[in-house]
Write a protein that binds this ligand. Structure first.
Ligand SMILES: *Cc1c(COP(=O)(O)O)cnc(C)c1O
Length: 416
């Protein structure tokens, strides 16, 4: 059977087999090749597990009532419930909730809000400060604020200019802070956008909460807006609901997606502080926030998000996360005793290590696809980033499943 599907981030010329996934439950996928443990939460989205009964029931119930409706100037209960639920658990100063449908779009919205804010205030501030190795999405705008490389070389002429600060590697934090301070002093700087505590697609690069707090303090001192892209880090991934919490940082603008619906439906929000909303508030239609997408706040997706919020309120999610984090730490330590790899690191439910390779590395290296195939043969879905292997499972993964994942990694570390 040939398929006409053009898959994302897939080189069809290599004719890598594309497995068919039939169903999923908890941390387990059922595929045409057999069961597969989803050790990367289906690319970082699944938090409570696949087909969570409460979330599935909420979607089914909503599907009887309202499927989709225009959101410009209209509202519906599922969206109101999500906004109220977010207000109750997210930082108090983030008073406004703007819906969109993916991580990329909520970042685009954040950038537009930041520029709109300065525009409304009559200040010529349009420069965005970004961190080296960052990833914020694959649209033109989000590629512009992300790391440049083979991924976006062809589109480079369309990408806008940004100011870059170095990644705050251990013992080089001061360089990052000095560079940020220098950019913040320039009168055209509008905002800093960062992935708090860990750069995901950049290679699971971890930096300290102290540095995050110091970066926020510099922005605050100069009135530069602080945008936290918690698309990956949010919803408990790093051990706390938001990664920013660990640094006592409250951003001016917060981007959430992936785990917002527990990983079941595409939905995103950009939460903004009152001054950002106020800057767009007017009786003049020319000053409204000019952004929408057809499926903004889709009711089915909102029902899923609402169920996710209920799970966070009513179930011991934080305890589950703490328990998983402890197991991840134990596995990383166990592996460290007899295996050869670099830079083991862990943040909450996320654990990563770098394979020692002979002069290899980089995204296009054949190591990652070879590793992926190796894991797949062992019933484990992992998708290494270059020579970085990371485990980011749904919080419901069982001890046996987690053992199978780490056993496969242990085997890989000695085989490659
Ligand atoms: C995944 C991701 C995005 C993009 O989200 P999409 O839903 O894939 O558009 C943006 N920022 C970060 C930090 C991410 O990890």
């Amino acid at each position: 059977m040939t398929s006409s599907i053009w898959h994302p981030f897939t080189q069809h010329g290599l004719q890598e087999p594309i497995p068919l996934v039939e169903s999923a439950q908890g941390a387990l996928l059922q595929t045409a090749e057999g069961p597969m443990i989803d050790a990367i939460s289906s690319w970082w989205v699944t938090t409570h597990g696949h087909c969570n009964p409460r979330i599935m029931a909420a979607i089914a119930e909503q599907a009887q009532k309202l499927d989709q409706v225009i959101f410009a100037g209209w509202t519906h209960q599922p969206a109101e419930d999500v906004a109220a639920g977010l207000r109750a658990i997210m930082p108090e100063s983030l008073t406004r909730v703007f819906f969109s449908d993916s991580g990329s779009t909520c970042v685009e919205v954040a950038l537009k809000m930041a520029l709109g804010y300065w525009h409304a205030r009559g200040e010529q501030r349009h420069r965005i400060v970004v961190m080296e190795h960052s990833y914020h999405g694959d649209t033109i705008g989000t590629m512009s604020v992300g790391e440049r490389g083979v991924f976006n070389q062809a589109y480079e002429p369309l990408l806008f200019d940004v100011a870059r600060i170095p990644f705050p590697a251990a013992s080089a934090e001061q360089e990052t802070l000095d560079a940020l301070e220098a950019f913040c002093k320039q009168p055209d700087t509008a905002a800093l956008i960062v992935e708090p505590l860990v750069l995901g697609a950049g290679g699971m690069l971890v930096y300290s909460a102290e540095t995050l707090a110091a970066m926020h303090a510099i922005c605050a001192r100069h009135g530069v807006l602080f945008i936290a892209d918690e698309v990956m880090t949010g919803w408990g991934r790093t051990g706390t609901l938001l990664a920013c919490e660990q640094a006592d940082v409250v951003p001016d603008i917060l981007c959430l997606s992936k785990g917002l619906t527990g990983g079941s439906m595409p939905l995103a929000v950009t939460m903004a502080s009152e001054p950002i909303f106020e800057a767009h508030w007017s009786t003049d239609r020319a000053k409204m926030f000019f952004h929408s997408s057809s499926y903004t706040a889709n009711p089915l997706a909102c029902a899923a998000a609402s169920a996710n919020l209920a799970i966070w309120r009513e179930e011991p999610v934080r305890e589950r996360i703490a328990a998983l984090a402890a197991k991840q730490a134990a596995w990383l330590e166990k592996l460290g005793q007899f295996c050869h790899f670099n830079n083991p690191r862990q943040l909450g439910t996320l654990a990563a290590l770098d394979l020692k390779t002979s002069g290899e590395g980089g995204y296009l290296d054949t190591l990652a696809p070879r590793l992926m195939a190796f894991f797949r043969e062992r019933g484990v879905l992992l998708r290494p980033l270059g020579n970085t292997i990371y485990v980011m499972p749904p919080y419901c993964i069982t001890d046996d499943q987690l053992a199978q994942v780490w056993d496969a990694i242990g085997e890989a570390v000695i085989s490659f």
